[in-house]
Write a protein that binds this ligand. Structure first.
Ligand code: FAS
Ligand code: PHB
Length: 385
């Protein structure tokens, strides 16, 4: 597999457990991938998968179990109670999951070729797929049965599919998120997603002493114009509600994340398969990116095991169809959360009233609340291979 992100590492973990030999090629260093700050929420079934496959201990030790989340608008906080569906999510950083999966692979005797870059993918529509890569200044070739491109949105996998085969579906949003990490104890023990007239804000966390927060900003935002004081002032306004006060502290990381929905179909050609961000991305509003990548890995692992251990090629043939049935629901939910919670400058007064009515429906009716919760905690992934 190409890429030591959540998709590649989970795929390798599941195939190794099934006794299938894998080679993992990752262009960055171990330290880089283990310290890359990204997602924070693990869906109910993803957390269960980590536990069931022996890599959930640290998550349960240092992660945070959340039995609900909060939607804030018009100064009123509305709690979505996951326990009503018997579910919870785990707040546990993506880079921690990556660390745990790398450790598990190395303990199991698996290898990861770090600082090795795949430069070409060949013959995947023939009987002898080949990966060409550079490592320690050498150019090497690897003949293999299956190539799993778990190489992210800017990887080589999707780019290697026949151009006339790929159909792309794309939506870019007219804003981004200014994200911070701060030495500030979380101001609440659960997340707050805030729709405010000045723009969206999200209160999240990483530990009992580190907060993770985001605020909607224009795409051309210059971080130099956002000193800590301005960030805290804006977050305080957008997150304000009775009885709440925002804990502040030294901001030690700031970045701007663009927002985009994207799907490439199909996710396979011959013996080349895409998994995770290589095939699809979502705006982070629904906390789905990491979880969708892991789910693809489970589906692909099931299919490869069926092919090579049960001599059943049908599951692999249906890989794209199986993934897309989930992916488009995830794309819809991520689009919905983004549409409900952000300020759109091209919105008319009518559009803004409709947005409020949608929010009211989803947080203040039993069916609306259940619809949000069942998507947020995660759709079923199916049997763990
Ligand atoms: P990844 O991008 O994680 O991994 C792909 C790997 O392939 C990388 O390590 C890369 O180095 C390697 N690679 C690429 N090309 C290669 C080549 N030619 N040879 C060898 N290796 C190669 N999701 C959320 O749910 N919540 C969030 O808050 C959130 N925030 C995000 C913030 C940012 C800045 C970004 C970019 C993404 C964020 N995401 C978030 C989404 C993110 O978590 C992804 O969904 C997740 O990393 C997808 O995992 P993978 O598909 O494994 O891809
Ligand atoms: C995060 O903690 O980084 C996070 C949490 C929930 C989201 C997005 C990001 O929807």
């Amino acid at each position: 597999m190409i890429g030591a992100g959540p998709a590649g590492l989970m795929l390798a973990h599941l195939l190794t457990r099934a006794g299938i030999e894998t080679v993992m090629i990752e262009r960055h260093s171990r330290s880089y991938v283990e310290n890359r700050i990204r997602a924070g929420i693990l869906e109910h079934e993803v957390a269960a998968l980590l536990r069931e496959t022996g890599v959930g201990a640290r998550m349960d030790e240092v992660g945070f179990r959340h039995d609900g989340t909060n939607i804030l608008f018009d100064g009123v906080l509305h709690r979505l109670d996951f326990a009503s569906l018997g579910k919870h999510v785990m707040l546990y950083s993506q880079h921690e999951v990556v660390r745990d999966l790398i450790a598990a692979r190395l303990v199991a005797g698996g290898e990861i070729l770090f600082e090795a870059e795949v430069t070409a993918i060949e013959n995947f529509n023939g009987s002898e797929p080949r990966v060409c890569f550079t490592h320690h200044g050498e150019t090497r070739e690897l003949d293999c049965e299956i190539i799993a491109a778990c190489d992210g949105f800017h990887g080589i996998g999707r780019a290697s599919l026949p151009a006339n085969l790929v159909r792309e579906y794309d939506r870019e949003y007219p804003f981004g998120w200014l994200g911070i990490l701060a030495e500030a104890p979380p101001s609440l023990d659960e997340l707050i997603y805030a729709n405010h007239d000045r723009g969206f804000a999200l209160l999240s966390m990483r530990s009992s002493s580190v907060s993770r927060l985001y605020l909607q900003c224009p795409l051309d935002t210059d971080l130099a114009e956002w000193p800590d004081s301005r960030i805290w002032d804006e977050l305080s306004i957008r997150l304000a509600h009775p009885g709440f006060s925002l804990n502040t502290g030294a901001i030690f990381q700031k970045n701007i994340t663009p927002m985009r929905s994207y799907v490439a179909e199909p996710m396979q050609s011959g013996r080349l398969f895409l998994a995770g961000d290589a095939a699809h991305i979502v705006p982070p509003t629904g906390a789905k990116g990491l979880n969708a990548a892991v789910a693809d890995a489970v589906i692909l692992a099931r299919a490869i095991i069926a092919q090579f251990l049960d001599d059943n090629p049908e599951t692999l043939r249906c890989y794209t169809e199986t993934c897309l049935a989930r992916i488009w629901k995830i794309e819809r939910f991520s689009w919905l959360m983004t549409s409900l919670l952000h300020r759109f400058d091209n919105h008319s007064a009518f559009d803004r009233r409709i947005q409020r009515a949608e929010l009211d429906y989803y947080v203040n009716t039993p069916t609306g609340g259940t619809a949000l919760i069942e998507n947020y905690v995660g759709l079923p992934i199916g049997a763990v291979p």
